[in-house]
Ligand binder design. Structure first.
Ligand SMILES: [Fe+2]
Ligand SMILES: [Fe+2]
Length: 175
């Protein structure tokens, strides 16, 4: 199984996840895991999508300042992220069905770039990723600037990997 640790340790993640912030990625992954477990959803796919949901961001700020209007005009981070995460997961040897589910949850975690709303049409897993993201959002995109030490992030993701494993084990025992 491709773990969150495998994903986090890959150079592609290292390069691109920094842009939107490791703190935001790890926090959203933890929230999404809890919501998925509560709702009896696939904790592995949900948590992977949550960790990678903002991997498509480009460097949107100039001189350290966040320009929200400019960002809104040009942003396609959900599209870029879906593709980037899919490629990364396939490289790591991920199951193709899971890789597609992760990519779709990333594509639909926001609809601010689309001319229509997807709010009512998200699958339960996609809805959890969007919800976990919104729960960590702060005005002016401040959630992207919170810092987290890489070692701390790795430890928290290792913990999540174990919890995902245990939650899957419970499902296996029940059914
Ligand atoms: Fe996003
Ligand atoms: Fe986000």
């Amino acid at each position: 199984m491709v773990t969150l640790e495998n994903i986090f340790s890959h150079w592609v993640t290292e390069k691109y996840l920094q842009r939107s912030g490791i703190h935001h990625a790890v926090t959203v992954a933890e929230t999404a895991f809890s919501l998925a477990r509560e709702r009896g959803l696939d904790t592995e796919v949900t948590t992977k999508a949550a960790l990678l949901h903002d991997i498509g961001h480009y460097e949107w700020y100039t001189d350290g300042e966040w320009d929200y209007d400019e960002y809104r005009k040009h942003d396609i981070h959900a599209i870029k992220g879906a593709e980037r995460a899919h490629k990364l997961l396939i490289r790591l040897g991920e199951d193709r069905v899971k890789a597609k589910e992760v990519a779709l949850a990333i594509l639909l975690h926001t609809d601010s770039y689309l001319p229509f709303s997807v709010e009512e049409n998200r699958s339960p897993v996609q809805a959890v990723v969007a919800e976990a993201d919104t729960l960590d959002e702060q005005e002016g995109g401040l959630h992207h600037y919170k810092s987290m030490d890489k070692m701390e992030a790795l430890q928290r993701l290792q913990q999540l990997d174990q919890e995902i494993f245990l939650s899957q084990d419970i499902n296996v025992n029940i059914f």
